[in-house]
Design a binder for this molecule. Structure first.
Ligand SMILES: CC(C)(COP(=O)(O)OP(=O)(O)OC[C@H]1O[C@@H](n2cnc3c(N)ncnc32)[C@H](O)[C@@H]1OP(=O)(O)O)[C@@H](O)C(=O)NCCC(=O)NCCS
Length: 179
Protein backbone atom coordinates (compact mmCIF):
# COMPACT_ATOMS: atom_id res chain seq x y z
CA UNK A 1 0.00 0.00 0.00
CA UNK A 2 2.72 2.42 1.07
CA UNK A 3 4.23 2.46 -2.43
CA UNK A 4 1.11 4.25 -3.67
CA UNK A 5 1.43 7.17 -1.22
CA UNK A 6 1.82 10.34 -3.21
CA UNK A 7 2.77 13.77 -1.86
CA UNK A 8 0.66 15.42 -4.57
CA UNK A 9 -2.46 14.18 -2.77
CA UNK A 10 -1.58 15.91 0.47
CA UNK A 11 -3.27 19.08 1.63
CA UNK A 12 -0.63 21.71 2.48
CA UNK A 13 -1.66 24.35 5.02
CA UNK A 14 0.22 27.42 6.25
CA UNK A 15 0.28 28.55 9.88
CA UNK A 16 1.68 31.44 11.91
CA UNK A 17 2.52 32.32 15.51
CA UNK A 18 -1.19 32.86 16.29
CA UNK A 19 -1.98 29.26 15.30
CA UNK A 20 0.51 27.66 17.69
CA UNK A 21 -2.04 26.43 20.28
CA UNK A 22 -3.97 24.61 17.50
CA UNK A 23 -0.96 22.99 15.81
CA UNK A 24 1.38 22.39 18.75
CA UNK A 25 0.30 18.77 19.40
CA UNK A 26 0.40 17.89 15.69
CA UNK A 27 4.03 19.06 15.53
CA UNK A 28 4.93 17.03 18.62
CA UNK A 29 3.18 13.91 17.26
CA UNK A 30 4.86 14.10 13.84
CA UNK A 31 8.23 14.68 15.48
CA UNK A 32 7.76 11.68 17.82
CA UNK A 33 6.95 9.46 14.83
CA UNK A 34 9.79 10.81 12.67
CA UNK A 35 12.36 10.43 15.47
CA UNK A 36 10.85 7.24 16.97
CA UNK A 37 14.17 5.39 16.85
CA UNK A 38 16.05 8.33 18.43
CA UNK A 39 13.71 9.41 21.25
CA UNK A 40 16.04 7.99 23.92
CA UNK A 41 18.18 11.05 23.12
CA UNK A 42 17.50 13.76 25.72
CA UNK A 43 17.96 16.48 23.15
CA UNK A 44 15.15 15.04 21.01
CA UNK A 45 12.96 14.77 24.13
CA UNK A 46 13.22 18.55 24.50
CA UNK A 47 11.34 19.11 21.23
CA UNK A 48 8.19 20.61 22.91
CA UNK A 49 10.44 23.32 24.36
CA UNK A 50 11.73 24.10 20.86
CA UNK A 51 8.20 24.20 19.45
CA UNK A 52 7.23 26.78 22.08
CA UNK A 53 10.45 28.72 21.53
CA UNK A 54 10.07 28.95 17.73
CA UNK A 55 6.29 29.18 17.80
CA UNK A 56 6.59 32.05 20.29
CA UNK A 57 8.43 34.12 17.70
CA UNK A 58 5.98 36.60 16.08
CA UNK A 59 7.59 35.77 12.70
CA UNK A 60 7.05 32.01 13.08
CA UNK A 61 6.01 30.37 9.80
CA UNK A 62 4.93 26.74 9.56
CA UNK A 63 3.62 24.40 6.90
CA UNK A 64 1.86 21.14 7.72
CA UNK A 65 0.91 18.51 5.12
CA UNK A 66 -2.28 16.56 5.85
CA UNK A 67 -3.47 13.22 4.56
CA UNK A 68 -7.17 13.93 5.01
CA UNK A 69 -7.23 15.15 8.59
CA UNK A 70 -4.03 13.34 9.61
CA UNK A 71 -0.96 15.62 9.86
CA UNK A 72 1.95 13.73 8.25
CA UNK A 73 4.78 16.25 7.85
CA UNK A 74 5.83 19.74 8.89
CA UNK A 75 8.43 22.38 8.12
CA UNK A 76 8.91 25.54 10.17
CA UNK A 77 11.20 28.46 10.85
CA UNK A 78 11.34 32.21 11.45
CA UNK A 79 13.25 35.24 10.21
CA UNK A 80 16.81 35.43 11.60
CA UNK A 81 17.90 38.37 13.72
CA UNK A 82 20.26 40.56 11.68
CA UNK A 83 23.86 40.07 12.84
CA UNK A 84 23.06 36.75 14.52
CA UNK A 85 22.37 34.60 11.48
CA UNK A 86 23.76 31.05 11.75
CA UNK A 87 25.92 31.64 8.66
CA UNK A 88 27.44 34.93 9.81
CA UNK A 89 30.63 33.69 11.50
CA UNK A 90 31.33 31.27 8.63
CA UNK A 91 31.45 33.63 5.66
CA UNK A 92 34.40 35.95 5.17
CA UNK A 93 32.12 38.56 3.67
CA UNK A 94 28.40 38.87 4.26
CA UNK A 95 26.37 38.53 1.04
CA UNK A 96 25.14 41.88 -0.31
CA UNK A 97 21.55 40.78 0.16
CA UNK A 98 21.50 39.08 3.51
CA UNK A 99 18.01 39.05 4.96
CA UNK A 100 17.77 35.49 6.21
CA UNK A 101 15.09 32.95 7.04
CA UNK A 102 16.15 30.34 9.64
CA UNK A 103 14.68 27.00 8.61
CA UNK A 104 14.49 25.37 12.01
CA UNK A 105 12.88 21.96 11.63
CA UNK A 106 11.58 19.43 9.12
CA UNK A 107 9.99 16.08 9.91
CA UNK A 108 8.02 13.53 7.91
CA UNK A 109 6.17 10.56 9.41
CA UNK A 110 8.03 7.34 8.55
CA UNK A 111 5.08 6.09 6.48
CA UNK A 112 5.42 9.13 4.21
CA UNK A 113 9.20 8.97 3.65
CA UNK A 114 10.53 8.85 0.10
CA UNK A 115 7.29 10.22 -1.35
CA UNK A 116 8.43 13.79 -2.08
CA UNK A 117 6.69 15.07 1.05
CA UNK A 118 9.87 16.53 2.59
CA UNK A 119 10.49 18.61 -0.53
CA UNK A 120 6.80 19.54 -0.78
CA UNK A 121 6.66 21.09 2.71
CA UNK A 122 10.11 22.67 2.34
CA UNK A 123 9.22 24.44 -0.91
CA UNK A 124 5.79 25.42 0.41
CA UNK A 125 7.42 27.00 3.48
CA UNK A 126 10.06 28.89 1.50
CA UNK A 127 8.23 30.00 -1.63
CA UNK A 128 7.13 33.60 -1.64
CA UNK A 129 9.18 34.57 1.40
CA UNK A 130 10.69 38.05 1.48
CA UNK A 131 14.18 37.04 2.66
CA UNK A 132 17.24 36.70 0.40
CA UNK A 133 18.72 33.65 2.09
CA UNK A 134 17.65 30.54 3.96
CA UNK A 135 19.89 28.83 6.49
CA UNK A 136 19.50 25.51 8.32
CA UNK A 137 21.41 23.18 10.64
CA UNK A 138 21.78 19.46 9.98
CA UNK A 139 23.44 16.90 12.26
CA UNK A 140 26.95 16.16 11.00
CA UNK A 141 26.26 12.49 11.68
CA UNK A 142 23.37 12.50 9.19
CA UNK A 143 25.19 12.88 5.86
CA UNK A 144 22.23 11.47 3.89
CA UNK A 145 20.02 14.30 5.16
CA UNK A 146 22.77 16.78 4.32
CA UNK A 147 22.81 15.32 0.79
CA UNK A 148 19.05 15.79 0.57
CA UNK A 149 19.42 19.51 1.33
CA UNK A 150 22.33 19.80 -1.10
CA UNK A 151 19.99 18.46 -3.78
CA UNK A 152 17.65 21.38 -3.10
CA UNK A 153 20.47 23.93 -3.54
CA UNK A 154 21.91 24.28 0.00
CA UNK A 155 25.69 24.36 0.47
CA UNK A 156 27.61 23.74 3.67
CA UNK A 157 29.35 26.86 5.06
CA UNK A 158 30.56 25.63 8.46
CA UNK A 159 29.96 23.65 11.65
CA UNK A 160 28.04 24.80 14.71
CA UNK A 161 27.02 23.43 18.12
CA UNK A 162 24.33 25.77 19.50
CA UNK A 163 23.95 24.02 22.88
CA UNK A 164 26.42 22.01 24.97
CA UNK A 165 24.16 18.92 24.77
CA UNK A 166 23.13 19.36 21.14
CA UNK A 167 24.67 17.55 18.19
CA UNK A 168 27.32 19.31 16.12
CA UNK A 169 25.60 20.58 13.00
CA UNK A 170 26.59 21.49 9.48
CA UNK A 171 25.42 25.03 8.69
CA UNK A 172 23.81 25.00 5.23
CA UNK A 173 22.88 28.08 3.23
CA UNK A 174 20.86 28.71 0.05
CA UNK A 175 19.59 31.73 -1.82
CA UNK A 176 15.88 32.41 -2.06
CA UNK A 177 13.94 31.56 -4.07
CA UNK A 178 15.22 27.98 -4.19
CA UNK A 179 16.09 26.94 -7.73
C1 LIG B 1 14.79 14.16 6.86
C2 LIG B 1 13.46 13.69 6.26
C3 LIG B 1 12.43 14.81 6.35
C4 LIG B 1 13.70 13.33 4.81
O1 LIG B 1 12.58 12.67 4.29
P1 LIG B 1 12.62 12.05 2.78
O2 LIG B 1 12.88 13.14 1.80
O3 LIG B 1 11.39 11.27 2.62
O4 LIG B 1 13.93 11.19 2.72
P2 LIG B 1 14.37 9.93 3.58
O5 LIG B 1 13.52 9.70 4.76
O6 LIG B 1 14.58 8.80 2.63
O7 LIG B 1 15.79 10.48 4.11
C5 LIG B 1 16.88 10.69 3.21
C6 LIG B 1 18.08 9.90 3.74
O8 LIG B 1 18.43 10.46 5.01
C7 LIG B 1 18.44 9.46 6.02
N1 LIG B 1 17.88 10.04 7.26
C8 LIG B 1 16.70 10.69 7.40
N2 LIG B 1 16.54 11.11 8.66
C9 LIG B 1 17.64 10.74 9.34
C10 LIG B 1 18.04 10.91 10.68
N3 LIG B 1 17.28 11.57 11.58
N4 LIG B 1 19.23 10.37 11.03
C11 LIG B 1 20.02 9.73 10.14
N5 LIG B 1 19.69 9.56 8.83
C12 LIG B 1 18.51 10.05 8.45
C13 LIG B 1 17.52 8.38 5.49
O9 LIG B 1 17.85 7.12 6.04
C14 LIG B 1 17.78 8.43 3.99
O10 LIG B 1 18.97 7.73 3.69
P3 LIG B 1 19.08 6.86 2.34
O11 LIG B 1 19.01 7.87 1.22
O12 LIG B 1 20.39 6.19 2.47
O13 LIG B 1 17.91 5.94 2.33
C15 LIG B 1 12.89 12.48 7.03
O14 LIG B 1 13.76 11.37 6.85
C16 LIG B 1 12.71 12.72 8.52
O15 LIG B 1 11.69 13.22 8.93
N6 LIG B 1 13.73 12.34 9.31
C17 LIG B 1 13.69 12.50 10.76
C18 LIG B 1 13.76 13.96 11.11
C19 LIG B 1 15.01 14.65 10.60
O16 LIG B 1 16.10 14.10 10.61
N7 LIG B 1 14.80 15.90 10.11
C20 LIG B 1 15.86 16.71 9.53
C21 LIG B 1 16.41 17.65 10.54
S1 LIG B 1 17.75 18.61 9.83
Amino acid sequence: MEASLNAAELDVRHFTHDDLPQIRQALIDIHADAYADAMDDEFNQRFPWFVDHWGGNPGFACVIAYDGEEPVAFAYGAPAVEGREWWREHLEEAPEKSRTFSYSELAVRTKWRKTGTAELVTRALLEGRGEDLVVLLVDLEHPRVQALYAGWGFRKVGDRQPFADSPVYAVMLAELPLS
